[in-house]
Every structure is written in C-alpha cells, then in structure tokens.
Design a protein around this ligand. Structure first.
Ligand code: SIN
Length: 283
C-alpha cells in the first residue's frame, strides 16, 4: 500500500507530495495521484530530493518527453535538457543564467509550441529571498468581469523574448546569442485566453515578461488592455509563494500558471537545474 500523501500548500495553487523519491520508478497508481494533484493545483513540490542530472531528467520525463532550450550556452555541460539557473561563477565566468525569470511569465511562450511544464530543482538556496511566485491563471480568468471576458474572447497576442533588453541591463552577464538563436527568437502569436488541453478549463495567457502586443489593436489600446489583464493575472489573491529549501523539486504547469523569481542577496549562492517538458500548441 502506497504511503504517498498530498498536502495543499495554499488555497489558490500548490500541493506538496510527501513520500515519493524521484530516483525510484513511480508505480502507475501513485503516478495517477501525483498527476491529478498537479493538474488540480498547477504546481507540486517534492521536498528533500537527491537528484543527479540523470535522475532529474528521468523524473521529469515521467510527465512527458523533455524539450531542449534555445539558450544552449546555459545548458549543463554535455546535456541537452538541463538548463542551469545560477549565480555561481567559475574562473570569473557565469555557469548559468543568474537573472532568469525576474518578471512574470509562462516559460518559453515566445515559441509556437511552448513547454507544458517545467521542473526546477534547487541545489543551493540563499537563506532568504530567491522565492518563486506562482500566479494561477485559471483564477485570474475567473476573476475577470464578464464584459472583459467578452471583450478578449478570440483575441490573440504576440509573445517575444527580448534577450537584448535583458542583456543591456546594468550588470548583466548574459552571453551573446548566435545568429541561429536570434532567428529562433522571432516570437509567436497565441490566444489571450487558452484552453487547458487536459482540464478543459480556460486560463489567461498573457505576461509582462513576453507578451508585447495584442494583435489587431492600436498600440495604445493594446497597451492599456494588456495592463488591465496583467492586473488580474498578478493580483495577490491568485499567487502562491514558494519559499525554497535545498533539494526541493518543483513541477509547474505552464498552461495555467505564470511565475516570477524574486531577488536575493547575491553574496549567497542560488544554484538550480531546470528541465522542461514538451507541450502542444496553445488553443
Ligand atoms: C524561471 O524558470 O523562470 C526561474 C524561476 C526561478 O528561478 O525561481
């Protein structure tokens, strides 16, 4: 009999899965419970995991095929699927992305087929700060007034990863992109409201990080509509704050959540590995 427990972490999102070791193959009955908890709460937390890069990748792959990342400069050396998010330096050179996700976004929404999920594994965590905020976009959509829901029905928005802007920020150590990478970052157009392919529920799908304009609207109108939507998308009542402990593995659903990394004292180390799980085209 399985000793797996699922404990809600907040009223709006998040559940902790207790009694599971990501190194050990998960029995189908246990996986069905974990998967349901993940679909229901959008983000699940596995505490105190000891995952080698192989184990992290195979644990993530239990949820679906893995997807690489356009920023190959920041993959763990020799690996195709593990992105390093870190402020560590070796011989003065950054080993990973130090400033990843310091804005609200849904991972890689600037591609036509963004990843369904991401699993972030915390190897070294600062004593305070460096939390990850998760905003439930089902709840954000539900909270919209009916007139606003009617107004955005059928609208599409353009998503772009403005790497150059991040690179130009003071103190940024971001490495240059190749021509091929620049081509890959041409952007994508997605519905403003997407339907989750598994739950069938509607979720807002715009972010301050990557959504640059609503298609077919004048610039001013697009800007003010986006601002209004972002207000609902990031309202305090839709947010779960994850305070990291070392060796947490956190799996989130990019189809119904945005997330945002918070800052921390850079004299401490924050060192994480992230995998992403392939998704389907938003509709
Ligand atoms: C990200 O995946 O966007 C980064 C999240 C984090 O570092 O907390």
């Amino acid at each position: 009999m399985s000793r797996l427990e699922i404990k809600p972490l907040s009223a709006v999102a998040g559940a902790e899965v207790i009694g599971l070791d990501g190194n050990v193959p998960i029995a189908d009955a246990d996986f069905a419970r974990v998967h349901k908890a993940w679909l229901d709460s959008c983000v699940i937390v596995f505490r105190d995991q000891r995952l080698s890069p192989d184990a992290h990748e195979s644990f993530s792959a239990r949820f679906g095929p893995l997807k690489g990342h356009v920023l190959k400069q920041y993959l763990l050396p020799g690996r195709q699927f593990t992105l390093v998010l870190s402020n560590k330096k070796v011989n003065g050179e950054a080993v990973g992305l130090e400033d990843a996700g310091r804005y609200w976004h849904s991972d890689v929404s600037y591609e036509d087929v963004p990843p369904m999920a991401s699993m972030l594994y915390g190897l070294e965590i600062p004593p305070t700060g460096g939390d990850t905020l998760f905003a439930n976009q089902y709840a954000a959509y539900t909270n919209l007034p009916q007139a606003l829901r009617d107004r955005i029905a059928g609208l599409k928005a353009r998503h772009v990863f403005n790497y150059g802007k991040i690179q130009a920020e003071p103190g940024s150590a971001r490495k240059p992109l190749t021509e091929e990478q620049q081509k890959q970052l041409a952007g994508a157009v997605h519905p403003v409201v997407r339907t989750h392919p598994e739950s069938g529920r509607k979720a807002l799908y715009v972010s301050p990080g990557f959504t640059v304009a609503i298609e077919g609207l004048a610039a001013d109108e697009s800007k003010s509509l986006l601002q209004e939507l972002i207000g609902y998308a990031t309202a305090p009542e839709v947010i779960y704050r994850h305070v990291w402990k070392p060796f947490d593995a956190v799996l989130w659903d990019n189809r119904c959540l945005m997330h945002h990394a918070t800052t921390y004292d850079p004299t401490y180390t924050r060192h994480m590995h992230r995998t992403t799980i392939a998704g389907t085209r938003p509709f």
